[in-house]
Design a protein around this ligand. Structure first.
Ligand SMILES: N[C@@H](CCC(=O)N[C@@H](CS)C(=O)NCC(=O)O)C(=O)O
Length: 206
């Protein structure tokens, strides 16, 4: 069975947990914490000293959250139907990562002073997604969900926690968020105690 090594927080693992559950892929969650256990037993084994780490059932091991998501996309036919669609997904995922990276830095390094300016800049950051999602009327590529949809959904979820209602001015983004949220497999994940009891980030800020 595949394993996912991470801490008991949503963080950089929740998008892949949602993808795996929604795609009916059974996997085992391995808690890399607490801190001493991580530093002693896990960190030295990770290629870049960090997790999440996904090990497939044949032993193939990957770290770097975006690489893991893309691998799952390739493996489970969630990467579009040609190189142009795949490249659109790469582009969208890079844009998701731009916001997630800034979010993570704000949460861990500058929450008190950085939260309000970050929220102020959100509309400017969400507008391109509104423009790109408006004509698709479904997921990023239209009717079929892709690996990047799960990552974008997770990003919107944490932004909505940071700034409740921040999606309201973007009808296509909001409809996209609600469409993914309503998927039975996504609901299945969100009904678990594992999900419900987990903080969004490792330092308790959200
Ligand atoms: N670029 C990496 C970042 C991974 C990362 O920041 N991992 C953090 C948890 S979210 C971690 O392993 N922290 C423990 C440490 O650095 O010792 C990715 O996308 O996976």
């Amino acid at each position: 069975m595949p394993t996912l090594v991470y801490f008991p927080v949503r963080g950089r693992a929740e998008a892949m947990r949602t993808l795996l559950t929604d795609q009916n892929i059974t996997y085992e969650e391995v808690n890399a914490g607490p801190r001493e256990n991580w530093v002693e037993n896990w960190k030295p084994k990770m290629q870049f000293g960090q997790c999440p780490c996904y090990t497939d059932d044949d032993g193939f091991q990957l770290v770097q959250s975006n690489a893991i998501l893309a691998y799952l996309g390739r493996k489970y036919d969630l990467y579009g139907s040609d190189i142009k669609q795949a490249s659109i997904l790469d582009m969208m995922n890079s844009a998701v990562e731009d916001i997630r990276g800034a979010y993570v830095r704000m949460i861990y390094q500058n929450y008190e002073a950085g939260k309000e300016p970050f929220i102020k800049e959100l509309p400017e950051k969400l507008q391109p997604f509104e423009n790109l999602l408006k004509p698709t009327k479904g997921y990023i590529l239209g009717e079929k969900i892709s690996w990047v949809d799960y990552n974008l959904f997770d990003l919107l979820d944490i932004l909505n926690i940071l700034s409740p209602g921040c999606l309201d001015a973007f009808p296509a983004v909001k409809a996209f968020y609600e469409r993914v949220l309503a998927r039975p497999g996504v609901q299945k994940r969100r009904q678990t105690d594992h999900f419900k009891n987990m903080p969004v980030n490792g330092n308790g800020k959200q």
